[in-house]
Design a protein around this ligand. Structure first.
Ligand code: NOJ
Ligand code: CA
Length: 514
């Protein structure tokens, strides 16, 4: 495992909305540089920036038009180099966002591939050989040029799929991953990776990493592809970190990724915790954690020793934690997020409890996601809360209009704020190896949904975490008595009577074991 990942704690930045340094109303790289000290003081030592490459922004930058160029609205490649340097000076690392599955439909490669005449980019994308032959199970772009065929898309209609071949070939227009077109696509991706790593970037979060090879039900083709990338990285950039958006850690880690994200869709039960009718972390105590634990243990068992599973506080694709959980409930959620294995990922603004703006009009393909993408609230200054000095009407998205919206400046001062609780939790995590990314985990079977209890361990150190989001005190059997309490939310500690333990309602605690 890359050394710096062992205690990395990430902060995800949606660059549009973080900090605007040149007052045009949209965040930029110089803005990020100006806030590195803030992120570091929060306790995060690494950042992930959503795509910041040239793009028509029909999916917020996940539709790349030039992989080698920072989007002018964010600055220049020189600014990126400066960002890497400034981060390194502070002992921090930077992940960029690699989107290998598709490009913008306006990418010059796609424009070339649309031509009827054969050229270098004819096979860069997945095309059928006949406009009337729309393949089953795939969305396509059709009738858009003289080329006789349909182009398969990967996500929105503006995102044609790059061609990495088909694992099972069932039609004559389908290519194998070993054919020249797919091989050239992969070569280009490796070239892009090398370009940014050479400039000083420390790795990538990889978008839809499991989507590359088509007709690949067990992902064997896609795993083999990533193993080639892994071999290249081992040779040239062994310290670079690779984190996948895949949602199946066993597959992703086999492909050579260091970590895989749990996703808010698919089989992980991640949503049971924070985003469903009865979130586990809500005080009403009607949540269910056991399905999550079962799936987590299943994945953990398959991946133990090979890499990590990451649980994010949120991201640019889902509503914010604050949509369903109040501040106290979120504090307990963070006690969980910051005591689990794998590198924690904190979505910008979650640390101050920024709101999800439910009815915001969609921007840049955000739709329901737009409400989680509003400008950061740095202070109480008017009109833009310290995000930008542009006229309010020029902002990328409007600021949260609520009068009581939180801001960094006030949350730092308020002693019992979520922000200060997070700083405290990170401090504890970073001073106990058992709580860090590679520490092992074993869940304690308490025979009920509340509390959630687990033992983290590394070397000689063993720490029991007991979290009871419900407001009801519960009495459970816990394996052994604690030697010392390392953390107790709001001073509420578990009390032992032999192996019976009384766990206060709305509590979270970490306890050192013998
Ligand atoms: C996942 C990204 O997180 C999301 O924002 C994007 O729209 C899709 N992948 C497509 O690239
Ligand atoms: Ca700007």
């Amino acid at each position: 495992m890359t050394q710096w990942l062992k205690n990395a704690i990430f902060y995800e930045i949606y660059p549009q909305s973080f900090m605007d340094a040149n007052d045009d109303g949209i965040g930029d790289l110089q803005g990020i540089i100006s806030k590195l000290d803030y992120i570091r003081e929060l306790g995060c030592n690494a950042i992930w920036i959503n795509p910041c490459f040239d793009s028509p922004f029909m999916d917020a930058g996940y539709d790349v038009a030039d992989y080698y160029k920072i989007a002018p609205r964010y600055g220049t490649n020189e600014d990126a180099r400066q960002l890497f340097d400034e981060a390194h000076k502070r002992g921090m690392h930077v992940l960029l966002d690699l989107v290998p599955g598709h490009t913008s439909h306006l990418h010059p490669w796609f424009l070339e591939s649309m031509k009827a005449e054969r050229n270098e980019y004819t096979d860069r994308y997945v095309w059928t050989d006949d406009i009337w032959n729309a393949p089953e199970g795939f969305a396509t772009l059709r009738g858009i040029s003289d080329r006789d065929g349909c182009a398969v898309t990967n996500f929105f209609s503006t995102q044609p799929a790059l061609n990495y071949g088909f694992y099972h070939i069932t039609e004559k227009w389908q290519q194998s991953p070993e054919d020249e077109g797919p091989r050239k696509t992969l070569e280009e991706v490796i070239h892009i990776i090398r370009f940014w790593l050479e400039m000083g970037c420390d790795g990538f979060r990889v978008d839809m990493a499991g989507s590359l090879v088509k007709n690949d039900p067990d992902s064997l083709g896609t795993i083999a592809l990533w193993q080639k990338v892994r071999a290249f990285l081992d040779r040239e950039f062994p310290d670079a970190a690779f984190v996948s958006e895949w949602g199946e850690p066993d597959k992703s880690l086999m492909g050579g990724f260091h970590m895989d994200f749990l996703l808010h869709f698919g089989p992980s039960h991640y949503n049971d915790l924070f985003r469903c009718e009865h979130p586990y972390f809500a005080r009403d105590g009607k949540g269910v954690v056991s399905d999550f634990v079962k799936k987590y243990v299943e994945n953990y068992t398959k991946t133990d020793g090979r890499g990590l599973i990451c649980i994010p506080s949120g991201n640019h694709d889902m509503n914010r934690l604050s949509f369903q959980l109040d501040e106290e409930e979120r504090k307990l959620a963070f006690a969980f997020l910051l005591s689990m294995p794998g590198a924690p990922f904190l979505y910008y603004g979650d640390e101050i409890g920024m709101n999800y703006l439910k009815d915001l009009k969609s921007l840049e393909g955000g739709y329901s996601r737009t409400g989680s993408r509003t400008p950061m609230q740095w202070d109480n200054s008017q009109p833009n809360a310290g995000f930008s000095r542009a006229e309010a009407s020029k902002l990328y998205l409007p600021q949260d209009p609520r009068e009581d919206r939180p801001a960094v400046s006030t949350e730092l001062q308020r002693e019992d704020s979520l922000l200060n609780e997070i700083r405290k939790l990170i401090g504890i995590r970073q001073s106990h190896i058992a709580l860090q990314n590679e520490g092992a985990i074993r869940f304690v079977d308490t025979g009920r949904e509340y509390p959630l209890a687990y033992v983290r361990s590394a070397g000689e150190e063993r720490i029991l975490a007991v979290i009871n989001p419900s407001e009801t005190e519960v009495s459970v059997k816990l394996p052994e008595e604690a030697v010392r309490c390392l953390y107790a939310y709001d001073g509420k500690e578990v009390t032992w009577d032999g192996d019976e333990a009384a766990v206060p309602g709305v509590s979270a605690g970490f306890y050192l074991l013998k």
